[in-house]
Design a protein around this ligand. Sequence first.
Ligand SMILES: [Zn+2]
Length: 126
Amino acid sequence: MSNDMSQEDKSKKLAEALLKGWKMLPETCPVCGSPLFETPGGEVICAVCGTKVILVQSEEDVKVEKQKLILGKIISDLIRYLEREIYEAEDNLSNERIDRINLMLDAINKASSIYRSLSHQERKHK
Ligand SMILES: [Zn+2]
């Protein structure tokens, strides 16, 4: 792509991208240094030179993503155990069973709150 594009042309391309409803990102194009845009289709593209870029998540984001995945699985497992416990109990809720149910509810609660704080942390990053 030409490097001799005038500043005016560049501005026009940026304006066009915004008019198309593309979202401007904080990252810049590795080729020409212009701001990158995210299209409604989720593609990341340079509005000036047309370079398509794949943004790599930061290591921290990947880690948070993994933790959320694991927590999500723990929560759904716990809910399944809980459902089984309640189903098996039918009409006779022994104290032991109530204790187990309470422990599970506690664990679900804790896991959910960690999950929420991870999501919050992630939003802050971006
Ligand atoms: Zn570019």
